[in-house]
Every structure is written in C-alpha cells, then in structure tokens.
Design a protein around this ligand. Structure first.
Ligand SMILES: [Zn+2]
Length: 60
C-alpha cells in the first residue's frame, strides 16, 4: 500500500541477461542513452572495473 512509488517490475541485467522479479539492492542502475539499464552485482563489478581501468574486453 505504501510502496506505490516503487514499480514492481521484472528487471534484466543488461550484460548477462539475468532476470529478477524485483530490483535487488545489490544491482546497479545506470542511465545509458536516455534509457535505464540494470547490472547485476557481478556485472556491475566488472563494468566498473572495465570503465575505470579501460581494460581490454578480453574477459568477455
Ligand atoms: Zn549480470
């Protein structure tokens, strides 16, 4: 009743495709090109590392 402001919708990790019925607290939301993208805990960690380090994508 008091959670009307929080949309309870399935989310999908933009990187690995993992899905969750509701957005887990460990997931990261970022806005890319005007649209929201979600990253699961593991992918957020890898994503941040690749962004900050400008690493090769060899870990794919
Ligand atoms: Zn993921």
């Amino acid at each position: 009743m008091n959670e009307a402001r929080v949309p309870q919708e399935p989310v999908t990790c933009a990187r690995c495709g993992r899905t969750a019925d509701t957005l887990p607290l460990t997931w990261t939301c970022s806005v890319e090109n005007g649209r929201r993208e979600y990253f699961c805990e593991e992918c957020a960690r890898e994503n941040i590392r690749s962004i900050e380090g400008r690493l090769d994508s060899s870990w794919w």
